[in-house]
Structure formats: C-alpha cells, structure tokens
Write a protein of this length. Structure first.
Length: 157
C-alpha cells in the first residue's frame, strides 16, 4: 500500500511541475467615456441643482461621437470636463466635437505638423419629441443608428 501511495504522490508532483504557467494578457483600451452628474446623482434636474455633469471623452472617440439631447443643451464651463445643462423646453439639440487644426509653433501648415484640437458644439436639431419635463441624453457613434448610452432625467422648476 505504501509503494502505491508513493507512486501516486510522485505522479501528481510530476504532473504539477510539468504544467505551463498561466499568463494573463491585458488589452489596453483607449476609448474612455465618462458621463455622470457632479455631486449627488439624482433623476431630477433643476436650475443650479443637479445640472452639472462630468463629461470626459478621449480624442479618438470625439471624432465619431454625437450627443442627442431633448429639452435642453450642454454648455461648456471653465473646466474642460464639466458641462452645465441648460433646460430649454421643446427644443432638441445635437452636440458634437468639431476638429480644429492648429498650426504647430514655427512649422508650416501641413498634415505632418498639425495638432488636432476639438471644439464642443451644440446645434439645434428641431422640436423635442419628449414630454416637457423629461430630458434625455442619447450618445451614439456617427456610423451607428442605435445609441450606446441613454440617460433620462426629469426637470423641476
């Protein structure tokens, strides 16, 4: 019996030592996207309460992002990642990032020497289809019909 147990133990230890070590591969994602309320999150927005949003998008995604907003618009503040929501009843807005090429210092303006910057623009997109006190934010890519994120809020005066 003892030689049998010794044989099983040696077989198990050999089996464990012959296995290849596990490796974990991590894929780096550069498509960061954050949109959430500053301060305490709520489903209700009113003037100067719950109307500030953190909105961070990397440059790669800015080129293809469209934001559809019902009953209001987003406006830039002094901070590049904080936007203020302005309630405008009955109007729908489409927001996007527009490329603005900027000439590098001391270099001629050609494709190899341009820094790409983006300017946030919010344009009127017609009449809102939502009820007067409902606000919706829909985030979608230019080449896709279905939004990848939709947030809904209520407005209280």
């Amino acid at each position: 019996m003892k030689p049998f147990l010794l044989l099983i133990a040696s077989f198990c230890s050999y089996n464990l030592s012959c296995q290849n070590p596990q490796t974990i591969k991590v894929k780096k994602e550069n498509e960061n996207f954050y949109f959430f309320q500053k301060g305490i999150s709520s489903d209700t927005i009113s003037k100067n309460k719950g109307d500030l949003f953190y909105f961070v998008v990397n440059d790669k995604l800015k080129n293809n992002l469209i934001i559809l907003i019902e009953n209001g618009q987003l406006v830039k503040t002094g901070n590049d990642s904080i936007f203020k929501f302005n309630y405008i009843r009955g109007i729908a807005y489409e927001c996007l990032f527009e490329k603005i090429p900027e000439k590098s210092l001391g270099q001629p303006l050609d494709k190899d020497h341009m820094n790409i910057k983006y300017e946030f623009k919010c344009l009127v997109n017609g009449v809102s289809a939502e009820e007067r006190n409902r606000i919706s934010f829909r985030f979608k890519l230019k080449n896709e019909a279905v939004p990848f994120l939709e947030n809904r809020f209520y407005y209280r005066e």
